[in-house]
Design a protein around this ligand. Structure first.
Ligand SMILES: *Cc1c(COP(=O)(O)O)cnc(C)c1O
Length: 454
């Protein structure tokens, strides 16, 4: 056997003790979320009807590090620390001098990074005496992560699942139901927001969020839970990047570029933010690349404006790159990337030039995924396939330049529930919907009245 090491693993006592709060590192005062009615900054009390105070305090925390509760670290042991692997076979196939590493979050019970935050959210709500959580899910990963987390802390879980995914991924629903959740196809008949969107039968994350927020706001014993975008969600995910930094140190390397796919920004934030802190502090010069779908190109084509997080306009207005809150993205298979906006923290970094963004068509992403699977074995989810495409492009650029660059990308989940999409790709049936200029202009006209961002 050669001495070439492939897997870098940590022990359970190396699970991080704190999360990295990047909010405090950003230059200037953060732009606050605004109340949709008054356009005044939203305070903790505005959020308390649907979130527990423990999470609200994390959302606005000014501490550089936030301690991880012991009960959460206990649960993290079920799958953390996750492995870091060096993609040596892919490197050879690409004939590149680049070193390619990937952090694999598909080993969690739900098969993605999402349980990293779901467990915290279920824990904090249970501590606050809440009995039930309502949420939305796109491809089904968030719903299954929250269903799993609720089962650990004795909470009921009600999930509004985007219609197109509900039809494409019946087994994600079975998974949620196995963990005890109730699943509705969105748009549903159960809420005003659902009934108002009956004309969009494929649904969207924005519509499903409106439905879940409506249910949570209407019931005392029920809170809402969001799987991405918000500061506290990005915060929880930073266990990924902290572990990855320790694992890269085991490999005796540091990444020149960190790559992740972006739906709402949480897995990207989780991997990148601990490295971004080093860069903002002047201790490193790492580059960062966010990969998104061409059919929902928020960071590369969106407008940097205040917009709602949901379709019905129930959430606070957030400063972000947006395609318009009522944009219904085409039903591409990377369901987890079909969101009209992105994490304000990540958008601020893109705006500030710290993070670059690139958009890829789904056929290119699947071609990269298949190449990866045939070298490395793991069949990636359609979402991280965008990151794989970006990593392969970077490795080929390193070959052109003749430089042994070190590439780290996030493999945010496996694709075992996405095989119908692989079928479509392998039989040449996969479409490549693009976002048109007309789509963008129409969306801009419907943005809410809110202060412009300088
Ligand atoms: C949900 C999901 C995403 C997109 O969400 P982010 O918040 O941007 O991370 C990406 N990959 C997988 C596997 C997902 O489940």
């Amino acid at each position: 056997m050669s001495e070439e090491r492939v897997k870098y693993t940590l022990s359970e006592d190396q699970i991080p003790t704190h999360w990295v709060n990047l909010l405090v590192d950003l230059p200037g005062d953060p732009l606050p979320p605004l109340h949709p009615g008054t356009l005044q900054p939203v305070g903790p009390d505005d959020l308390s009807p649907i979130f527990p105070m423990g999470l609200i305090m994390q959302e606005v925390s000014s501490e550089p590090q936030v301690e991880i509760p012991e009960a959460v670290r206990e649960v993290y042991k079920l799958w953390r620390p996750t492995p870091l692997l060096r993609a040596r076979r892919l490197e050879r196939a690409l004939d590149t001098p680049a070193h390619i590493y990937y952090k694999y979050e598909g080993v969690s019970p739900a098969g993605s990074h999402k349980p990293n935050t779901a467990v915290v959210q279920a824990y904090e709500n249970a501590q606050a005496g809440i009995r039930r959580l309502a949420t939305e899910t796109g491809a089904g990963q968030w719903g299954s992560a929250l269903a799993f987390a609720c089962s650990l802390f004795g909470l009921e879980c009600e999930v509004f699942m985007v219609g197109s995914s509900y039809d494409q991924k019946p087994y994600r629903r079975s998974m949620m139901e196995t963990w005890g959740a109730t699943v509705h196809r969105s748009p549903s008949e159960l809420t005003a927001a659902g009934r108002a969107n009956a004309a969009h039968p494929t649904g969207s994350l924005g519509i499903a969020i409106s439905e879940a927020v409506e249910v949570a706001a209407g019931r005392e014993d029920t809170n809402y839970s969001l799987g991405s975008v918000l500061n506290h969600v990005c915060l929880h995910q930073t266990v990924i990047g902290q572990e990855a930094a320790a694992q890269m140190a085991l490999a005796g390397e540091a990444p020149n570029i960190v790559i992740g796919c972006v739906g709402g920004g949480s897995n990207f934030a989780g991997l990148a933010f601990p490295f971004v802190r080093e860069v903002l502090g002047g201790a490193a010069r790492t580059k960062f690349l966010a990969a998104e779908p061409a059919a929902c190109p928020t960071l590369t084509r969106g407008a940097y404006r205040y917009d709602f997080g949901d379709t019905a306009g129930l959430t606070p207005l957030m400063p972000m790159y947006t395609l318009g809150h009522d944009f219904v993205p085409p039903p591409v298979h990377a369901g987890g990337l079909r969101y009209h906006g992105d994490s304000p923290l990540l958008c601020g970094l893109v705006r500030g030039g710290v993070v670059q963004a690139r958009a890829y068509g789904q056929n290119d992403a699947f071609a990269a995924a298949v190449q990866f699977a045939r070298c490395e074995g793991i069949i990636p989810g359609p979402e991280p396939s965008h990151a794989i495409k970006a990593a392969i492009d970077e490795a080929l650029a390193a070959r052109e330049a003749g430089e042994p660059r070190v590439i780290l990308f996030g493999l945010s989940g496996h694709g075992h529930f996405d095989l119908s999409a692989y079928d479509a790709f392998l039989s040449g049936q996969l479409e490549d919907p693009e976002f048109s200029e007309a789509d963008m202009e129409a969306a801009l006209e419907r943005l809410p009245d809110a202060p412009a961002i300088a």
